[in-house]
Write a protein of this length. Structure first.
Length: 270
């Protein structure tokens, strides 16, 4: 992993996302790009000054107060990265973040964003996070309201390729950071999936990490939520299959329920 993109809008949620991005970047030696996607109707925290606008990458004319709001947010990101000695690049583009982040993420290894943006305060998951996690072709980490360092990661495993990549990603970071790893499968004891999860556990062991394996038949999101609480997981990782494909444990569109309702940060891997 060499490049991590984090969505920046100056909200407390985006500050938490940045801290997680820095945490992971520091582990793997990656750089962080702070991307501020500014919509034309964004008002920031101050009323726009009349008749004063600036061109943002030639796409839209925006009030200078809006530009300044995002410049300050990106400046704080730069300071945080400098303290952690993580390389940082600031980018500010005009447009909707739910559209720009997936496009800009094509050249990175991981996208990190907060569950809610500056003006999203009702739903569990904001519109931007929902749009990005469903459309982005790269791994997406959705963080929550508060930051806490990752020490224990739980992976929902269904034997799909996406879930396998999630296991490998977690195993690699666990080997560096000393995370505890829990693998969870919604499987009957004698089922094929119950056997497959042992192969996933063996993969984790090749990184020098001994995982805990849990098999618990039932509704996939419910199992993940229960096990995440029981193990006090700081991170949940799941595979996110392409729409319309079958994936065993997270059949069809089950995985978005985990992303939207989990209390811990959730990594969605495709």
């Amino acid at each position: 992993m060499r490049a991590i993109v984090v969505g920046v809008d100056g909200s407390p949620h985006s500050e938490v996302a940045l801290r997680h991005a820095v945490e992971i970047a520091d582990l793997v030696g990656a750089g962080v790009t702070g991307l501020a996607a500014v919509a034309g109707d964004y008002q920031g925290e101050a009323p726009p000054e009349e008749h004063r606008v600036e061109e943002l990458e030639g796409l839209e004319a925006l009030p200078t107060t809006v530009i300044q709001w995002f410049e300050q947010a990106l400046g704080k990101c730069a300071e945080t990265c400098a303290v952690a000695e993580v390389p940082f690049e600031a980018r500010m583009l005009a447009g909707r973040p739910g559209r720009l982040l997936p496009d800009e993420a094509q050249g990175c290894d991981l996208v990190v964003l907060g569950a809610k943006g500056q003006h999203e305060s009702i739903e569990l998951l904001g519109r931007t996070a929902r749009d990005v996690v469903r459309s982005c072709i790269k791994p997406v980490l959705v963080t929550r309201a508060e930051y806490r360092p990752i020490t224990r990661a739980l992976v929902g495993y269904d034997a799909s390729p996406a879930a396998g990549h999630a296991v490998e990603w977690v195993a690699d970071l666990a080997a560096v950071a000393g995370w505890e790893v829990v693998l969870v499968a919604g499987a009957m004891p004698q089922s094929g999936l119950a056997s497959d999860i042992e192969h996933a556990a063996d993969l984790v062991r090749t990184r020098g990490v001994e995982p805990e394996v849990v098999r618990a038949p039932g509704d996939a999101p419910t199992i993940v939520f229960e096990q995440a609480r029981a193990h006090k997981a700081d991170l949940i990782a799941v595979g996110g299959p392409i729409r319309g494909t079958l994936s065993g444990f997270f059949l069809g569109e089950k995985w978005p329920e985990v992303v939207e309702q989990a209390e811990a940060p959730v990594l969605r891997w495709r």
